[in-house]
Design a protein around this ligand. Structure first.
Ligand SMILES: Cc1ncc(COP(=O)(O)O)c(C=O)c1O
Length: 339
């Protein structure tokens, strides 16, 4: 294993030895190539630069107490990347090839998978971009798939603590029938300004309302939203949010824990009825929410005043982390090993 100050890693880019690349040319994907270059050389008229033909994924590898390296539901990332490609007319990467690339890049950088005790993990970032010269608004006929990895620190340096989020009606992330369900770069460009404003005002994220009626909760910047009411785990149904693999997993864990799961429209007023609320995604698993300020109406929805996450969120968080690190039984077969 590399000599790295694992416990002081943040959530950012950290160079590793290799990335894996694959080109789509003449109507087919080529062989996986291992590279130690950190740059890519592309034509100035590539469609990724002009028309946003770019999709990405975010996933993690974890080293368990037994020293084994685990991937969490990688096949779901493979499926989502294929859907994202299809959504913006890019050549879809076959799921099997995607999984081979992930396995290869982790193997080549295995010494960068943080030790179990550090609570850190190896972040895996696959991308696909449109290449080839094009000036008219048309899909490319060549694509590059590339995946790099970066060890990242535990998301919660100070522990699993609730943070504040804000509702701001002046900004939308994605249109109801737009690209919100795909993990494409354009959605993130659209969220940068509101995200920055929220950070400047002291909030960790924006909670977007549905763009059409501004009535229902969509999602929280780069994470899905859930609320806890009694014994129910409630999460929004929407045509403009990313189907989160973490949320899909928490939904199952909630059922396993005997909770009721509701996936449906969540009107803003209902925020007042939740006892706990959180944002969920690969980076943090769960970011508990202390309170949500509606910056337009002045309403405040409070979930935690003592700096602690609620009991149900804590149980869900601990269970999912324990599956990822191999501390408890993986009864749904979510984990695969990189050997
Ligand atoms: C917009 C958005 N929503 C939700 C999520 C959470 O998805 P996942 O749990 O698959 O990481 C992410 C992060 O990937 C995201 O970018």
């Amino acid at each position: 294993m590399k000599q790295i100050d694992w416990s002081n890693l943040g959530f950012g880019y950290f160079p590793t030895d290799y990335n894996v690349r694959c080109y789509y040319r003449d109507g087919k994907w080529g062989e996986l190539e291992v590279s130690s270059e950190t740059t890519i050389n592309i034509h100035m008229a590539a469609t990724c630069l002009h028309y946003g033909q770019e999709a990405f994924e975010g996933m993690k590898a974890f080293r368990g107490k037994d020293g084994k390296v685990r991937l969490f539901r990688a096949e779901e990332n493979a499926k989502r990347m294929r859907r994202s490609c299809e959504g913006i007319m890019m050549a879809p990467m076959p799921e099997e090839l995607f999984l081979q690339a992930i396995d290869l890049v982790v193997k080549k950088n295995i010494d960068y998978v943080p030790p179990y005790e550090s609570g850190a993990s190896l972040y895996i970032r696959p991308i696909i971009i449109g290449l080839g010269e094009q000036v008219g608004v048309k899909p490319a006929n060549e694509y590059l798939f590339l995946v790099f990895v970066s060890p990242v620190g535990p998301y919660f340096k100070e522990g699993f603590k609730p943070t504040a989020m804000a509702i701001m009606r002046g900004y939308d992330r994605a249109a109801p029938l737009g690209t919100g369900t795909f993990k494409v770069g354009g959605n993130y460009a659209a969220s940068l300004k509101s995200g920055m404003i929220a950070h400047e005002k002291g909030y960790s994220a924006v909670i977007y309302l549905d763009a059409k009626e501004k009535k229902y909760i969509d999602e929280c910047g780069p994470a899905n939203f859930f609320g806890i009411k009694g014994n129910s785990y409630i999460t929004p149904e929407s045509t403009s949010i990313l189907p989160s693999i973490t949320n899909m997993s928490l939904t199952q864990i909630a059922k396993d824990l005997g909770m009721t799961v509701e996936r449906r429209h969540v009107p803003e007023e209902e925020l007042a009825e939740f006892e706990e609320a959180g944002a969920c995604g690969t980076a943090a698993v769960i970011s508990p929410i202390s309170h949500i300020d509606d910056l337009d109406t002045g309403k405040v929805y409070t979930y935690s005043t003592n700096g602690e996450a609620g009991p149900k969120s804590t149980k869900l968080y601990n269970t999912l982390r324990a599956i990822q690190y191999g501390d408890i039984e993986d009864k749904h077969g979510w984990v695969t090993f990189v050997e």
